[in-house]
Ligand binder design. Structure first.
Ligand code: BGC
Length: 509
C-alpha cells in the first residue's frame, strides 16, 4: 500500500527544497504517460473516419457511409467500429487493478516501465495491423499501458513534487492528456490525405512518445516514498536529497517515514474502504468519475470528426474542427491551474454545469430542428455547432476534466488513499468504455436526443455538486475528516469513531 499520494488542495506542511532540474526532467518524462493516454483518446475518432481504414477493416461501414441516402445519425453505427475504440478502456480497467499491486510492491518507476513496454508493443501491433483482430489486440495492449500509466503517473508526480507546487503538478497530468489529444487531432488532419496508409502513420506515431517514455523511464528515479515503504530507507533518503537539491531533508524524510509506518499498519486497504467512515470519499471519488464521463466529453473527444461529418462538414473540415476543439481543451485547462486554489472546486464545477447544460441543450435543439436523417446543416449552422462544442469543451476543461482526477486524490485519509484512488481510476475506465462502446449506437437511435441525454446528466451532477460535494479548497489533506466530512450536513452521519466503526454501526443525523 503506497504511503503518500497527493497532499495538494491546501496548505501542506512546508518542507525545504528547490525545484531541481532533475525533478523537472522526471516530471516531463513521466507526463508522457498522460500524453500517450490523450493521444489514444484523440487518435481513434480520426482514424475511424478515414476511408482507407474503413475499407480495410470495416467495409460494411464504408458502404453505408458512401451511399447517397444514408441516415446522418447512423452511418457510423457499427459495434465492431465501437469495439475498436472501446477495447482499450476495458483493458485499462482490468489492468489498473494489477497496476495498483505492482505500484505498491515494485514501485512507481517499474510500473511506468511495464506500462511503456505495453505502449510500444501495442503501437507496433496497431500500426502494422493486417486484420481486425490484430488492431484490436494492439488496442487492448495499449489499454494495459494506459492502466499502468494512469495508476503510476499521478502517484509519481505527487510524490516527487515539492509540496508547494503539488496541486499545479497534478493538473499537469491533465494538461498532458489534452496536449496528447491535440497532437492526435493535428496528425489525423495531415494523415487523412495520405493514401492508403495514412491511418498507419496516425497509429504508428504514438511510437515516438512511447519510446521516449520507455527510454526515459530508465533515466528517472523511484520516488522516495515508494523506496522507504519498500524498506529501502537509505536509498529513499539519498533520492530525497537528490531531488530536493539540499542536504537538510530531515523533516520531509521523517514525515514520509511516519506516513509509511501508518499505512503499513493497515493490512487490507480495500477492506478498510468498506468501513462507513470511508464511504463519503469513496462515493465522491466514484461518482465524480462517473459524472465526468457522463458529461458526454468523450463523445466529443473520440468521435468529434464523426460528429462534425454528421452535421455536414467534409472530411478535412471535420478534422480541422477537431483540432480547434483540441486547442480550446488545452488552453482552458490552463485556466483551471490558475483558478482551482483561488475560486475553489465547487465554483468551477457548478459554473461549468451551467455552461455545459446550455450548450448541450442548444446543440440538441439545433440538430432536432435542422438536421434530419438525410441532408445536412447549412454552413452557418454547422459553424454554430462547432462554436457551441468549443464552449462546452471549455467548461469541461476547467472543471470536470482536471477536478475529476484531483478531488478523488485529495479527500481520502492516508490509509485508504491509493486503494480509493484505484477505485476512481477503474470507475473512469469503465464509464469511458461504456461511452466509447455505446455512443454511436445511441446517436443512431436517439438522434438529436443524445444531447438532451447528456444535458440531463449535467443537471443531475449540478444538483449533486450543489448539495453533496463539500469544498476542499484550502483544507490540508490530513484534516479532511475533521474539517470537511464531520462538518458536512449529510456526510457527517458516516463519520463515527473507530470503535463504533468496528461494529459497523452507522449513526444517523
Ligand atoms: C478524461 C478523459 C477525457 C479528457 C479530455 C480527462 O480528464 O478522463 O476521459 O477524454 O479529460 O480532455
Amino acid at each position: 500500500m503506497p504511503a503518500v499520494i497527493t497532499t495538494h488542495g491546501g496548505p501542506t506542511p512546508e518542507h525545504d527544497g528547490k525545484i531541481t532540474f532533475y525533478v523537472i526532467l522526471c516530471v516531463i518524462i513521466s507526463a508522457f504517460g498522460g500524453l500517450l493516454f490523450g493521444y489514444d483518446i484523440g487518435i481513434s475518432g480520426g482514424v475511424t473516419s478515414m476511408d482507407d481504414f474503413l475499407i480495410k477493416f470495416f467495409p460494411a461501414v464504408y458502404q453505408k457511409k458512401k451511399h447517397a441516402h444514408e441516415d446522418n445519425y447512423c452511418k457510423y453505427d457499427n459495434e465492431y467500429l465501437q469495439l475498436f475504440t472501446s477495447s482499450l478502456y476495458i483493458a485499462a480497467l482490468v489492468a489498473s487493478f494489477a497496476a495498483s499491486k505492482v505500484c505498491s510492491k515494485l514501485g512507481r518507476r517499474t510500473t511506468l516501465q511495464i506500462g511503456s513496454f505495453f505502449f510500444v508493443a501495442g503501437v507496433v501491433l496497431q500500426a502494422g495491423g493486417v486484420n481486425l483482430a490484430m488492431v484490436v489486440l494492439g488496442r487492448i495492449i495499449l489499454g494495459c499501458g494506459v492502466g499502468f500509466g494512469n495508476q503510476a503517473v499521478p502517484l509519481f508526480l505527487s510524490e516527487l513534487a515539492p509540496a508547494k507546487i503539488r496541486g499545479a503538478l497534478n493538473i499537469c497530468f491533465q494538461l498532458f492528456i489534452t496536449i496528447g489529444i491535440l497532437i492526435a487531432g493535428i496528425i489525423n488532419y495531415f494523415t487523412s490525405n495520405i493514401h492508403p496508409h495514412g491511418w498507419r502513420i496516425s497509429l504508428g506515431l504514438a511510437g515516438v512518445p512511447a519510446v521516449i517514455l520507455l527510454v526515459g523511464s530508465f533515466a528517472i528515479c523511484e520516488t522516495p516514498t515508494s523506496l522507504i515503504e519498500r524498506n529501502q530507507v537509505d536509498q529513499g533518503k539519498a533520492t530525497l536529497r537528490r531531488i530536493r537539491g539540499i542536504d537538510n531533508i530531515t523533516a520531509e524524510f521523517d514525515s514520509i517515514v511516519a506516513a509509511s509506518e501508518a499505512a503499513k499498519r493497515v493490512k487490507n486497504p480495500f477492506h478498510e474502504l468498506m468501513r462507513p467512515s470511508s464511504r463519503p470519499p469513496l462515493v465522491i471519488a466514484i461518482v465524480l468519475q462517473v459524472f465526468q464521463q457522463f458529461t458526454g466529453i468523450n463523445a466529443i473527444m473520440f468521435y468529434a470528426p464523426v460528429l462534425f461529418q454528421t452535421v455536414g462538414f467534409g472530411n478535412n473540415a471535420a478534422l480541422l474542427s477537431t483540432v480547434i476543439t483540441g486547442l480550446v481543451n488545452v488552453f482552458s485547462t490552463l485556466v483551471s491551474i490558475y483558478t482551482v486554489d483561488k475560486a475553489g472546486r465547487r465554483v468551477l464545477l457548478l459554473e461549468a454545469c451551467v455552461q455545459m447544460f446550455i450548450t448541450q441543450t442548444v446543440i440538441g435543439v439545433l440538430l432536432l430542428l435542422h438536421l434530419k436523417p438525410a441532408g445536412s446543416l447549412s454552413s452557418t449552422e454547422a459553424i454554430v455547432v462547432v462554436v457551441l462544442v468549443c464552449v462546452y469543451v471549455m467548461g469541461f476543461a476547467w472543471s470536470w476534466g482536471p477536478l475529476g482526477w484531483l478531488i478523488p486524490s485529495e479527500t481520502f485519509p492516508l490509509e485508504t488513499r491509493t486503494a480509493g484512488f484505484a477505485c476512481a481510476v477503474s470507475s473512469n475506465m469503465l464509464c469511458t468504455f461504456i461511452i466509447a462502446q455505446a455512443f454511436l449506437s445511441m446517436m443512431c437511435h436517439m438522434k438529436a436526443g443524445i444531447f438532451f441525454f447528456f444535458a440531463a446528466w449535467i443537471l443531475v451532477m449540478g444538483l449533486f455538486t450543489l448539495f453533496l460535494l463539500p469544498e476542499t479548497k484550502g483544507v490540508p489533506v490530513d484534516s479532511m475528516v475533521e474539517r470537511v466530512w464531520k462538518q458536512h450536513w449529510f456526510w457527517k452521519r458516516y463519520m463515527i469513531d473507530d470503535d463504533e466503526n468496528d461494529n459497523d454501526k452507522v449513526i444517523k443525523g
